[in-house]
Ligand binder design. Structure first.
Ligand code: MG
Length: 402
C-alpha cells in the first residue's frame, strides 16, 4: 500500500478502496433515502451486496429495483401487491414475502451485515429492534424509532454491541465530528435547521398555506412526511430527541440554530470550547454513504461546495412561538416516558391529514397538543406500552381530524 506520511500518522493513497464488501438490507428501498442509497451502491458495486429490498406499497418500483440489483429477498409490506411481485420475481430466483411480520423477520437473515432503516415513521420500530437483536449494524434513517423508544433502543444496542450509525444529515455531521473523539466529552451540540419553506412567516400567513407550498423545501429533496415535518419544524424537534439518544447528551446540551443555506450540517462543541462543524452542499447521498462505509470514506463525484457561491452563511434563532411543534418536542423530551411516542403518533396522523386536506397547517400542532393531554402518561414504558400508546394516540388523533 502506498502511503503519505505525516508525523506518526499515515494516510492511504487517494482513491484506494480497502473496504470489505458489505451485505446490506434496505428497508424502504423505494422511498427517497432508499433510492439514494441504491445510487450510492451503484457507484461502488464492488463494496456492497444487496441482500434485501423492501417497500410498503410501491410494487412496480420494487420489482424494477429487484430486477436491476438482484437481491436475495424482497418484502412487499402491503399484502395486496404480493401476487404481482411474486409473479415478477419468483421466476428470477428472488424470494418474495409480504406483510409486517415478514418485514420484521427478514432483517434476521444470516447473510446480512447491515440494515439501512429507511422506513417512514413508527413502522421502523419493530424491524429495528429485531435487527439489533440479531446483531446487525444499523444505518438509521428512521429517526422516529429513536423518538418513540430511544432509551430502549440505545440500551439494547449497547447490550448487543451493535453500532447505530446515523443517516440523518445533522446526526451524520455530529458523528463525523466526533469520530476519533469518542473519549472527549461533548459540551454542546448545535443542530442546524434550514427553517423550511415558511421561515420568517407569521401565524396569520401560515393559517392558509397549502400542502403544495409546504412540500417545496428550499434545500433538501426528501419524502413527503419529512418535508411537511420540516415546514412545521417538527423535523428539528424529532432530531433533538434523536440526538439526545444517539449521542448520550442531556437536552440542555442541545441547541437549534436556523441556518437557511443548509451548508453547515451541525456542530459539536467540546469541553475546551473548540467547535467542529461538518459542511458541504445539502446532498443526502453523502450522509447515506458515510453510514454505509463507516469508518472509511469512498471516493464519490457528488457536486462540491464552492465558497464563492455562498459569500454569506447566516444564522438565526428558531421561532418556537410560530412553529409550536419545535417547542412541543422539547417539552415531551423533558417529560420522557411515552410522551414522545404520543407526539410522534399524533404528528404522523396530523401530517397525513394535512396531506389529505383535512387539517390546516397550524392545526397540526393542535392535534398533537390535544393528544398529549388526552392519552395517559406512562413513566417507564415497555415495548407493549409503546405499541398500545401508538395505537391509542392514532385513534384519538383520527377522531380529532374527522
Ligand atoms: Mg435531518
Amino acid at each position: 500500500m502506498q502511503t503519505l506520511t505525516f508525523a506518526d500518522c499515515s494516510f492511504e493513497k487517494a482513491g484506494t478502496n480497502y473496504m470489505k464488501k458489505r451485505n446490506i438490507a434496505i428497508l424502504g428501498s423505494t422511498g427517497s433515502i432508499g433510492t439514494q442509497a441504491l445510487e450510492v451502491i451503484e457507484r461502488h458495486p464492488e463494496n456492497f451486496e444487496i441482500e434485501v429490498l423492501t417497500a410498503q406499497n410501491s410494487a412496480d418500483l420494487l420489482i424494477e429495483q429487484a430486477l436491476k440489483y438482484r437481491p436475495n429477498t424482497v418484502v412487499i409490506v402491503n399484502e395486496d401487491h404480493y401476487q404481482k411481485v411474486f409473479d415478477a420475481l419468483d421466476p428470477q430466483d428472488i424470494k418474495v414475502f409480504a406483510g409486517e411480520n415478514a418485514l420484521a423477520s427478514v432483517v434476521e437473515m444470516d447473510s446480512i451485515d447491515m440494515v439501512l432503516t429507511a422506513l417512514v415513521g413508527y413502522s421502523g420500530l419493530l424491524p429495528t429492534i429485531r435487527a439489533i437483536n440479531a446483531g446487525k449494524t444499523i444505518a438509521l434513517a428512521n429517526k422516529e424509532t429513536l423518538v418513540v423508544a430511544g432509551e430502549m433502543i440505545t440500551k439494547l444496542a449497547q447490550e448487543k454491541g451493535v453500532n447505530i450509525l446515523p443517516v440523518d444529515s445533522e446526526h451524520s455531521a455530529i458523528f463525523q465530528c466526533i469520530v476519533g473523539e469518542f473519549h472527549n466529552p461533548i459540551e454542546k451540540l448545535t443542530l442546524t435547521a434550514s427553517g423550511g419553506p415558511f421561515r420568517g412567516k407569521n401565524r396569520e400567513l401560515l393559517a392558509s398555506v397549502t400542502k403544495e407550498q409546504a412540500l417545496k423545501h428550499p434545500n433538501w429533496d426528501m419524502g413527503a412526511k419529512i418535508t411537511i415535518d420540516s415546514a412545521t419544524m417538527m423535523n428539528k424537534g424529532l432530531e433533538v430527541i434523536e440526538a439526545k439518544w444517539l449521542f448520550g447528551v442531556s437536552l440542555d446540551q442541545i441547541e437549534v440554530v436556523v441556518h437557511p443555506q443548509s451548508i453547515i450540517h451541525s456542530i459539536v462543541q467540546f469541553e475546551d470550547g473548540s467547535m467542529k462543524a461538518q459542511m458541504g452542499l445539502p446532498d443526502m447521498r453523502v450522509p447515506i454513504q458515510f453510514a454505509m462505509t463507516y469508518p472509511g470514506r469512498l471516493k464519490a463525484d457528488y457536486p462540491r461546495f464552492d465558497f464563492m457561491n455562498y459569500p454569506e452563511l447566516t444564522f438565526e434563532k428558531p421561532d418556537v412561538e410560530t412553529f409550536r411543534n419545535l417547542g412541543l418536542a422539547f417539552e415531551v423530551a423533558k417529560e420522557g416516558g411515552n410522551q414522545p411516542c404520543i407526539l410522534n403518533a399524533a404528528n404522523e396522523i396530523a401530517v397525513q391529514g394535512f396531506l389529505e386536506d383535512k387539517v390546516g397547517f397550524l392545526e397540526i400542532s393542535d392535534v398533537i397538543e390535544n393528544c398529549l393531554k388526552k392519552v395517559s402518561y406512562i413513566r417507564n414504558p415497555e415495548l407493549e406500552d409503546f405499541i398500545q400508546t401508538d395505537k391509542e394516540t392514532r385513534a384519538k388523533a383520527l377522531e380529532l381530524i374527522k
